[in-house]
Design a protein around this ligand. Structure first.
Ligand code: HEM
Length: 123
């Protein structure tokens, strides 16, 4: 299960690349209308995923089956929420944004549970 940290941090880095390319595209076209979606991709996809990954890197006891569920939940949250924000911004419906919001919250609640159950660090 040591690979779970690599999965989180590696996936976060991929989301950062996509988010940055999106940011450059927004700057180049001077169309910032989707900037909230870009911001959430970078903050949830990159920053939060990296924080989770670094937590699992320093806390071996937390690398359980629940960590795999946590990874899949976080991945699903990003993959559903970001298109959901785009759809909401373009007035194309809010179902995905709502579902993605709940998945994002569940992912953070899983983190809260894990931190209080397993602690932080190797001790
Ligand atoms: C190549 C790198 C990046 C470029 C070129 C870029 C570009 C942009 C642009 C053009 C905007 C719209 C600004 C506006 O309309 O006022 C924006 C907004 C934003 N960006 Fe980035 N960005 C980059 C990386 C990042 C990263 C790494 C993060 C976070 C970790 C981030 C978070 C945000 C946030 C939170 C917003 C505001 C979203 C909103 O309007 O609600 N960006 N960015």
């Amino acid at each position: 299960m040591k690979g779970i940290a690599t999965l989180f941090v590696g996936t976060g880095a991929i989301f950062a690349v996509i988010g940055m390319v999106w940011g450059i595209q927004m700057s180049a076209t001077q169309d910032h209308s989707l900037s909230p979606a870009h911001g959430h991709l970078n903050l949830i996809g990159f920053v939060i995923m990296t924080v989770y990954g670094l937590y699992y890197a320093v806390t071996p006891a937390a690398r359980t089956g629940l960590a795999k569920v946590h990874y899949l939940l976080t991945l699903a949250a990003v993959v559903v929420l970001i298109p959901g924000i785009v759809m909401a911004l373009t007035q194309s419906g809010e179902v995905l944004a709502k579902l993605g919001s709940v998945l994002t919250l569940l992912s953070m609640l899983t983190f809260v549970y894990t931190v209080f159950r397993k602690g932080v660090g190797a001790a």
